[in-house]
Design a protein around this ligand. Structure first.
Ligand SMILES: *Cc1c(COP(=O)(O)O)cnc(C)c1O
Length: 361
């Protein structure tokens, strides 16, 4: 055995590497990115001017006060609630899990859901309990109650809306989970710009609920900025694990600029919501396709039995990258996930998918 084989934790050796496909020039509809960048030349020039004024010789403001103040304003965060920034919300998932990684502690989430919850639990040496969703991707409340009772998880993750299913569970179900859980409940609102609903307004009503957000899906995936908001008692502890300069100077300046031009991002999100609904209607008319309801910027599709992998490959051969979920979880057999792109990209996708489906159905 190699020395790495001797020394690296066995559960890490057993993991596959998180596979982010390296692709060339494709229509990229796999990663829930906003297809638009800054809309006009003036704005790009202003953006460049702001960034050129940043002193990269200095360490960043460790508190990122400019960004925090703007985020507090934009989210209308209750004043007694705390806010902590992360290098993407992925980093905050890691910090939350690390903070709670007492020996024997467990992590729970309904599944299928965002895979990082499970992966990071494994990184931290914690057992992950996945509770299957109902066949229509609702929360299975009796099963969740039983699992929370049996395992007393240190943290429950609820992606709201859920990735990859696209739906947002009834608020009453989320409240019920929070009331049952003895540990922390994180409502992950990565898709809030498309769902237009949030738990931020009620933070503080329950002392075990925090909300996780990101600027990634809104159009700033490349900046890497996420935040968690909620009761100071939790966030002060999680903050101790944060590396001092986790949000770099360019991200801080870029995010402050973006938040000063929030109306642009807002308009793009509105456009993406309209496109989502149009694309859903178009794809629902394709032969043999089920389109699941989505409050996010992607659509989950179920295609005829046994065709998902081939459809994925065929689309890629035509230069369209989507996500094949077949095999990722038993509930996702025959499923594909498509991110909503520009009207042109969506039309290309719809045309290619319909043409390929007519050949297989
Ligand atoms: C994409 C996604 C994230 C990660 O976002 P980053 O801020 O880019 O790390 C977190 N949660 C869910 C549910 C997501 O889909």
């Amino acid at each position: 055995m190699s020395r790495a084989g001797d020394r690296v934790r066995p559960e890490i050796q057993a993991l596959g590497a998180y596979h982010v496909p390296e692709v060339g020039d494709v229509v990229k509809l796999d990663a829930m990115e906003n297809p638009y960048t800054w809309p006009d030349e003036d704005m790009r020039a202003e953006w460049a001017a702001r960034l050129s004024g940043v002193g990269v010789n200095r360490y960043p403001d460790p508190r990122a006060a400019d960004v925090v103040a703007r985020l507090r304003g934009h989210t209308a965060l209750p004043s007694d609630q705390a806010l902590l920034l992360g290098n993407g919300s992925d980093e905050l998932i890691q910090l939350v899990t690390l903070a709670l990684a007492r020996p024997g502690a467990k992590v729970l989430a309904p599944e299928p859901t965002f895979v990082m919850y499970r992966m990071i639990a494994t990184f931290c040496g914690l057992e992950f309990i996945g509770v299957p969703l109902t066949p229509d991707f609702g929360l299975d409340m009796p099963a969740l109650e039983a699992a929370i009772e049996a395992h007393d998880p240190a943290v429950v993750w609820l992606a709201w809306p859920n990735n990859p299913t696209g739906n947002a569970w009834p608020r009453a179900d989320v409240h019920r989970v929070a009331d049952l859980a003895g540990g922390l409940v994180v409502v992950d609102e990565a898709y809030q710009p498309f769902a237009q609903d949030s738990f931020i307004g009620e933070l503080g009503e329950r002392d075990n609920v925090v909300v996780l957000r990101t600027l990634s899906k809104l159009g700033l995936a490349g900046l890497r900025l996420g935040f968690v908001a909620g009761p100071p008692a939790w966030l002060e502890e999680i903050d101790k694990l944060r590396l001092p300069y986790n949000v770099n100077v360019l991200t801080q300046a870029g995010a402050a600029f973006a938040l000063d031009h929030f109306d642009r991002l807002d308009r793009q999100a509105a456009e993406i919501r309209r496109e989502r609904d149009a694309l859903a209607a178009t794809l629902a008319a394709a032969p043999g396709v089920t389109v699941y309801p989505s409050a996010a910027n992607f659509l989950l599709l179920r295609v005829p039995s046994g065709t998902a992998r081939q459809l994925f490959e065929d689309l890629l051969a035509e230069g369209i990258l989507i996500k094949c979920l077949d095999g990722a979880h038993p509930a996702l057999t025959d499923c594909l996930r498509v991110t909503v792109g520009t009207p042109t990209e969506n039309a290309l996708l719809a045309e290619a998918l319909k043409r390929r489906l007519s050949a297989v159905v």
